[in-house]
Write a protein that binds this ligand. Structure first.
Ligand code: C2E
Ligand code: CA
Ligand code: CA
Length: 429
């Protein structure tokens, strides 16, 4: 109603016709699936009326860009579909023409806009699927375009992706992982390893808990693959509770062995945003009988972007329990620096991507130096992760980063190995 555009039902009708014709005529037509970037921010921060206005502008611009050569529909909050009835006889030229059309659409959306007195630029992520001879039916085609849009968004927004079969294989693989991961938690295939963090003199000052999944056949699954699957399926919530208990148990074991150490735990934004997160943390720490002051929650910049006010409130509730906070992968996201001051932060972790080309690469060293200077101003401690060489450690030492984590010092290890390592270090000292 808002945009005056056809809805999903009308779109599916037309899409059915287009698909049938492409099969009969052996031609190719295209479907663009658009999702407006950061629409939620506008809605949350500037109100629904402004959000609605943005959608109206987007709708008008899409129609202008397509100008009669296709159908524009709105199929959800900030999701639009453009159906181009191009009927191209050759798949390759069809793909090229569609990419050109997508570029025009993006340019039309991106023209400067006055949004209630403030300049704004609409950006969108676009997924493309082609209605082709031997291709799928209307519903699957729409799903292909949606999948491609999701890949465009994941690659950093304001981009375009054409659906490929490999994307389907990815989706199927994720589905299988999801099923296996649920069973892995039950079957005890998961474990927590610890990676020691050291000070400028190389002495252990803490450790980060890192999840490991060894399947029954002995093969390992990588956390940077299975954690995102756990996040998108919601499995991260039970997994996160399990991780919290493991962290408490590890702390108790270290304490009993005579080498107590503060522990850092990765907390997913999905878990952090559970309404009962604070109570759960409190309950688990009380049950396990561990001091919350000994734990640092690592959160990523992603958490610090959306629902900022709620995030800050919750961080203070946890900080009141004694828990400290670290911003993980710092420098890779889009933190609002003004908000950093309002958060009860203890530490920044410099992302390992900046460490990789250090100290030769000028850009990386410039970023590392600015982070160090900023942390100093904000009175935050810094941990550099991914320290792999003596040259990197030396550079950091000279520029004031006191704490380091990386293969140059210690690899992630099972708890027993960490305790043995700590005990020999203590004896040597
Ligand atoms: P992260 O939090 O950035 O963890 C640091 C990653 O860097 C770990 O990868 C660690 O093994 C690796 N690393 C440590 N030192 C070096 C080094 O010198 N060089 C290089 N190249 N890498 C180094 P890992 O264990 O594969 O974990 C990947 C990611 O998975 C983590 O990145 C974190 O985002 C996520 N993750 C792991 N465990 C958990 C968990 O228990 N909960 C949650 N929510 N996420 C987890
Ligand atoms: Ca981390
Ligand atoms: Ca990190």
């Amino acid at each position: 109603v808002l945009t005056g555009l056809p809805n999903r039902r009308l779109l599916m009708d037309r899409l059915g016709t287009v698909v049938a014709r492409s099969q009969a005529e052996h031609t190719v037509s295209a479907l663009l699936y658009l999702d407006i970037d950061k629409f939620k921010n506008v809605n949350d921060e500037r109100g629904h009326a402004t959000g609605d206005l943005l959608l109206e502008h987007a709708a008008a611009r899409l129609q202008q860009a397509v100008c009669g050569s296709g159908l524009v529909a709105r199929i959800g909050g900030d999701e639009f579909v453009v159906l181009l009835d191009s009927r191209d006889p050759c798949p390759d030229t069809a793909a090229r023409h569609t990419l050109e059309a997508a570029t025009l659409v993006r340019e039309a959306l991106a023209a400067p806009l006055d949004l209630k007195g403030k300049p704004y630029r609409i950006a969108a992520s676009i997924g493309i699927a082609l209605a082709r001879p031997g291709g799928p039916g209307a519903h699957d085609l729409l799903r292909e375009a949606d999948t491609a849009m999701y890949h465009a968004k994941a690659a950093g927004r304001d981009g375009v992706r054409v659906f490929e079969d490999a994307m389907l294989a990815d989706a199927q693989h994720a589905l299988m992982l999801e099923r296996d991961l649920a069973a892995a938690l039950e079957n005890g295939e998961l474990a927590m390893h610890l990676q020691l963090q050291v000070n400028g003199r190389g002495l252990p000052v803490g450790a980060e808990l890192l999840m490991r999944w060894r399947r029954a056949d002995g093969s390992m699954e990588r956390p940077d693959i299975f954690i995102p699957v756990a996040e998108s399926s919601g499995l991260i919530v039970p997994l996160g509770h399990w991780a919290l208990r493991q962290a408490c148990a590890a702390w108790l074991a270290l304490d009993r062995a005579g080498c107590p150490l503060p522990l850092s735990l990765n907390v997913s934004p999905i878990q952090f945003r559970q309404p009962d997160f604070v109570e759960q943390v409190h309950r688990i720490f009380t049950e396990m009988g561990v001091p919350p002051q000994q734990f640092i929650f690592e959160v990523t910049e992603g958490l610090l972007i959306e629902d900022i006010d709620q995030t800050i409130t919750r961080m203070h509730q946890l900080a009141n329990l004694g828990i400290r906070f670290s911003v993980d992968d710092f420098g890779t996201g889009y933190s609002n620096l003004a908000y950093l001051k309002k958060m009860p932060l203890y530490e920044l972790k410099i992302d390992k991507s900046f460490m990789r080309d250090m100290p030769q690469d000028h850009n990386s060293t410039a970023i590392v130096q600015s982070i160090l200077a900023m942390a100093n101003h904000l009175d935050l401690r810094v941990v550099a992760e991914g320290v792999e060489t003596a040259a990197q450690a030396c550079y950091l030492g000279q520029h004031g980063s006191a704490y380091m984590q990386g293969f140059h010092y210690h690899r992630p290890m099972p708890l027993g190995d960490v305790i043995a390592r700590l005990q020999t270090t203590a004896e040597a000292a």
